[in-house]
Design a protein around this ligand. Structure first.
Ligand code: ZN
Ligand code: ZN
Length: 377
């Protein structure tokens, strides 16, 4: 009796066809979609000897999961627990067979079309075959192009869609069940307009200097590593909400070049003008003209690692430099660490490794971040 009532609760569309209750026929429902099934039990009702039949749609969905279903059938204590196991397997299978999911009601499509008509079809750059994922373009007043990706909850159109975009700040769009795509798009435009000053600062850096990192900055990237000279660069972290304020700066390179630059940076910091761009301010406080594509070749700054002879190792660039002014060879941190680890003469103290430069054989100390937890020996 207990099993009976929980069976009705779990699978109300599955009913016994005979008095002995050995033949069950009906439907199993997963993610609002019904699949026809038939279960034949032996007279002692032992599920492990039951036979399971299903419609071709479910057979298609369970392709590759047959062994698991068979195994679940053999190990389930009763019919209800088998049906629960089966539903779990079906839910997993649905994820890899999206075409088996049920389709949204027809008014979903007509609503979508009328909202797109109101917004303008020229704003639509992509729509998936299920009409759930849309990419809308938005041009800001400075002529920059942005894209808003909206994933609509087709089966529950009143639920908040998932919105994402290439932005340096979290995207927080207001949504009510009455909201339209046009309203989402208008809110998104306000967000990108509010960031115009941030992108202006970075666009200037990207076009007028040699940016070593990131390789291809996205609109969301707030960091730039800018070449100052051979083997010396500055890493700046721009605040998207206050793009002209003094950013977090970090100078990278050999000591004999970095030290005088750091002294200038510290001495001139008070000259930082929050009305001028970061690029102009950087040149003022460092008292140097930053090399630009107009004046220098990029190859002057993208010098390969002296160990692996490559510039990029995964995404890292050589940022360890031999401190001997006559050498100055750059290395990837990972390459250098592996190299020094193999030498018996190397020593490590916290995150500083003392060892011979692979190039000039002078004993130098190299700072290896992120490896302080490992030991050299
Ligand atoms: Zn390397
Ligand atoms: Zn060296």
């Amino acid at each position: 009796m207990i099993m009976e009532s929980s069976l009705i609760k779990e699978s109300p569309l599955l009913l016994p066809l005979n008095k002995e209750k050995t033949v069950y026929d009906g439907f199993i429902t997963v993610q609002e979609k019904d699949f026809r099934i038939r279960i034949l039990l032996p007279l002692d009702h032992q599920v492990k000897r039951a036979k399971f039949h299903c419609c071709w749609q479910l057979k298609h969905l369970l392709r590759g999961y047959e062994q698991i279903v068979k195994q679940r059938l053999q190990h389930s204590a009763d019919l209800v627990s088998f049906l629960l196991e089966l539903k779990t397997v079906m839910e997993v299978a649905m994820k890899s067979h999206p075409e088996c999911r049920s389709i949204p009601p027809p008014q979903y499509y007509s609503q979508l079309i009328s909202e797109m008509e109101a917004l303008g079809w020229d704003k639509l750059v992509f729509i998936d075959t299920e009409f759930c994922t849309l990419r809308l373009k938005a041009d800001d007043s400075s002529g920059r192009q942005h894209a808003l990706t909206v994933v609509l909850k087709a089966k529950h159109p009143a639920e908040t869609p998932d919105c994402s975009a290439d932005l340096p700040v979290p995207l927080d769009l207001k949504w009510t069940p009455q909201s339209t795509l046009g309203q989402l798009h208008a809110q998104f435009l306000l967000v990108v307009e509010s960031l115009a000053g941030f992108w202006e600062v970075l666009d200037e850096i990207d076009t007028k200097t040699w940016v070593l990192e990131p390789e291809k900055p996205s609109r969301a990237d707030t960091m730039r590593r800018i070449a100052i000279g051979t083997n010396v660069s500055i890493k700046v972290e721009v605040d998207p909400r206050h793009p002209k304020m003094l950013p977090e700066c970090c100078l990278l390179g050999a000591d004999h070049v970095v030290t005088p630059l750091r002294n200038k940076l510290n001495a001139n910091m008070h000259l930082w003008n929050p009305d001028a761009s970061i690029l102009l301010n950087l040149q003022d406080v460092l008292e140097t003209e930053l090399p630009s594509p107009a004046t220098h070749e990029k190859s002057n700054f993208s010098i390969e690692c002296g160990i692996c002879y490559a510039y990029r190792l995964e995404s890292a660039i050589p940022d360890q430099v031999c401190n001997d002014p006559r050498c100055g060879q750059p290395f990837h941190q990972a390459c250098l660490y592996e190299w020094l680890r193999a030498l018996p003469s190397s020593r490590q103290s916290f995150n500083i490794v003392f060892g011979e430069c692979p190039y000039c054989a002078k004993v130098r100390n190299f700072t290896c971040n992120n490896i302080s937890h490992k030991s050299l020996l």
